[in-house]
Design a protein around this ligand. Structure first.
Ligand SMILES: Cc1cc2nc3c(=O)[nH]c(=O)nc-3n(C[C@H](O)[C@H](O)[C@H](O)COP(=O)(O)OP(=O)(O)OC[C@H]3O[C@@H](n4cnc5c(N)ncnc54)[C@H](O)[C@@H]3O)c2cc1C
Ligand code: SF4
Length: 352
């Protein structure tokens, strides 16, 4: 995972451009929508509505990029995630869907730059942040990446989390010949295919809620841009709210929340819609909190968690330009204090 090192500078949001509004929680935006890929296979295979894969396919088909740099299942070690370079629809379909485990899409960047052609990059917000900083430092890198796409990110679970899913399914990691965390529906199922052809699956609520979310590293708990504000376009699950006020995770046709964040990203989405690759409906920014309540909470508490790190003499990342203080002011002082004390306690006891 890029930028995991405390003390590092986290990439700030892009300098404000005409037509871009900045929300302290949801980041910069031109338009907020719900959307899905019109390619039915992509919509079904992808994580939510296939918006990211749909945009990737549009950019490949229109010749604006020669390839997509992203990640997917390693066919030689199906529980691991490897870098994928997609040049056509079959590759994009194979790489669609989330990999809730460590993944380093920029690990081979030098080799990537040595191969000619424009590249679409899709990655976690911290991956895109790292690339943005390289692009700002080196115009020759910037010239190669005309579009950066990202997604809302609840954090990277350890690889152990994946093995725990397999064991909960009554199998051993060595027996798995193929593994998806979700997709094939929305949200779909964590699905393991075994070498003997048997298929075992677990609901998203169980795989993420009961296992993977407990395996997320501390760095992600203080992430100041987990909504991909640094990208040109960020996508997320446009969950429907449940009775409890939290997302219901019931199976439905895939639907992505899409936020265009720069003029470049907004023009890309308009073009993909005009070409018939993406279908969308406008959404009021006030609706996002119903779909993504945990993301709002994490941003609001990031400053208090980092204050706890300072108290405990831990190095803290530089987060200016990401509205962390403004987000904190949306919650009560008591909530911030409780979060700070809880984090101090976790650091002191080593329970990060
Ligand atoms: C670790 C993680 C945490 C997430 N947390 C949230 C969350 O809190 N809220 C939320 O709404 N959505 C979250 N998502 C994103 C969500 O699962 C979908 O990616 C998002 O809804 C967009 O869906 P899509 O159908 O448009 O994407 P797709 O069309 O399925 O495309 C997904 C793209 O993401 C890339 N990708 C998959 N896994 C990784 C990875 N580990 N690192 C880098 N790139 C990857 C794929 O290569 C593919 O290009 C998370 C995803 C990941 C990987
Ligand atoms: S939560 Fe933030 S730091 Fe963690 S993987 Fe996601 S983008 Fe990276």
């Amino acid at each position: 995972m890029a930028q995991a090192c405390p003390g590092a500078r986290i990439s700030p949001w892009q300098p404000s451009q005409p037509g871009v509004t900045v929300d302290p929680i949801w980041g910069p935006y031109v338009r907020v929508l719900t959307a899905h890929a019109t390619d039915a296979e992509i919509r079904h295979t992808a994580s939510s509505g296939g918006a990211l894969s749909g945009l990737a396919l549009h950019l490949l088909h229109s010749g604006q990029v020669s390839r997509v740099l992203h990640v997917g299942m390693d066919p030689d070690a199906p529980l691991l995630t490897r870098i994928v370079r997609s040049i056509g629809r079959p590759d994009v379909v194979r790489a669609a869907g989330s990999r809730y485990a460590p993944a380093s899409p920029l690990a081979d960047l030098q080799a990537e730059l040595a191969t000619p052609g424009k590249i679409l990059f899709i990655g976690k917000p911290c991956d895109v942040g790292a690339l943005r900083q390289m692009m700002a430092a080196d115009p020759s890198v910037a010239a190669r990446f005309p579009f950066l796409l990202s997604f809302f990110c609840a954090g990277t679970p350890s690889q152990d989390g994946t093995d725990r899913i397999i064991r909960h399914l009554g199998a051993e990691p060595a027996d798995v010949s193929s593994f998806r965390y979700r997709g094939d529906g929305w949200p779909g199922y964590a699905t393991a295919t075994l070498a003997n052809g048997e298929t075992k699956r677990m609901s998203y609520a169980a795989s993420w809620g009961d296992i993977l979310s407990h395996e997320v590293q501390f760095r992600c708990k203080i992430c100041p841009d987990a909504v991909g504000g640094v990208a040109d376009v960020a996508a997320a699950d446009a969950w429907y709210g449940g009775d409890s006020g939290y997302p219901a995770f019931e199976e439905a046709d895939g639907r992505s929340l899409v936020i265009t964040r720069t003029a470049t990203g907004d023009a890309l989405l308009r073009e993909a819609e005009a070409a018939g690759a993406i279908a969308s409906d406008p959404l009021d920014i006030g609706e996002i909190i119903k779909m993504q309540p945990s993301q709002a909470r994490r941003k609001q508490l990031a400053a208090s968690r980092m204050a706890a790190m300072r108290v405990m003499l831990n190095p803290v990342p530089v987060v200016s330009g990401l509205a962390v203080g403004e987000a904190m002011r949306q919650v009560s002082l008591l909530a911030s204090l409780k979060s700070m004390v809880g984090t101090v306690r976790r650091i002191a006891t080593g329970r990060r």
